[in-house]
Design a protein around this ligand. Structure first.
Ligand code: MG
Length: 170
């Protein structure tokens, strides 16, 4: 059985991951409207990954005797008004999610819940990659985004992203 604090935080994380998917679908829609189909595709794939994360937390809770309580998914907070600002909002969101994962880890550590710590290890690593990806996108947009030809090439690059199911299997 999971400690109540850990169980509650994991349950909340299901919602946060679905919110992330929702936010990234909004990013995708933003770029789709701008005609940047590659960026739209990239964030569609990102949204799929976030749904996967949500399901991993849900399954982990169920596999370990926790209670799943699904709450409403909030409306995405989205006020970015430029191609670059969207990417910056993406990085800020991933940094926020990293903090959430660390909070769960800290709670698990506090009650010597080694199984949950081991489960979360994958997410700690994943968040490192998510932040790196977000930083790389910002750098590329800053370098090439103001030139139409550069932006076109960047859009083509992002269009090539292939969805891969998470490497973590429960
Ligand atoms: Mg996630």
């Amino acid at each position: 059985m999971l400690h109540e604090t850990v169980s509650t935080l994991i349950n909340e994380q299901i919602n946060k991951e679905f919110y992330s998917a929702y936010l990234y679908l909004n990013f995708s829609a933003y770029y789709q409207e701008k005609g940047l189909d590659g960026f739209a595709h990239w964030y569609n794939v990102q949204a799929q990954e976030e749904r996967d994360h949500a399901m991993l937390f849900l399954q982990y809770l169920q596999n370990n005797g926790g209670k799943v309580t699904l709450e409403a998914i909030a409306k995405p907070e989205f006020e970015a008004d430029s191609n670059l600002a969207v990417l910056q909002a993406g990085l800020a969101h991933e940094q926020y999610v990293t903090g959430l994962i660390h909070t769960i880890y800290d709670a698990a550590y506090g009650v010597k819940d080694f199984r949950t710590m081991q489960f979360l290890d994958w997410f700690v690593k994943e968040q490192g990659e998510e932040e790196k990806n977000a930083e790389d996108l910002i750098k590329k947009m800053e370098l090439f985004g103001s030139d139409p030809k550069g932006l076109y090439m960047l859009d083509q690059e992002l269009a090539a992203r292939v969805y891969a199911a998470p490497s973590l299997v429960l």
